[in-house]
Design a protein around this ligand. Sequence first.
Ligand SMILES: [Zn+2]
Length: 91
Amino acid sequence: MSFAAEIRDKATTLWHIQRVKGLVRDHTQIGPHALVTVTEFHCTDPACPGLATRITIFGIDLMRREVILHRPVAQITAHHLRNVSAPRARR
Ligand SMILES: [Zn+2]
């Protein structure tokens, strides 16, 4: 891949990361103080040779929830987030 194509590829991935963060916030209604991180990584599961996406949600109470979706970030839609929920505080 050329350097220019590599930069374009990175920019596209970053754009999708921001897009998925927005989807997670809309879906979980987690509020402005929670932290959402989205990262794309190479899945180590031999049955899944492609890219996977890790979504981490930190609530303001520091409860953490992590979800791994076995697909590239560019392919994630609201449909894939249906099982993603906000961390629940322990009582
Ligand atoms: Zn995978």
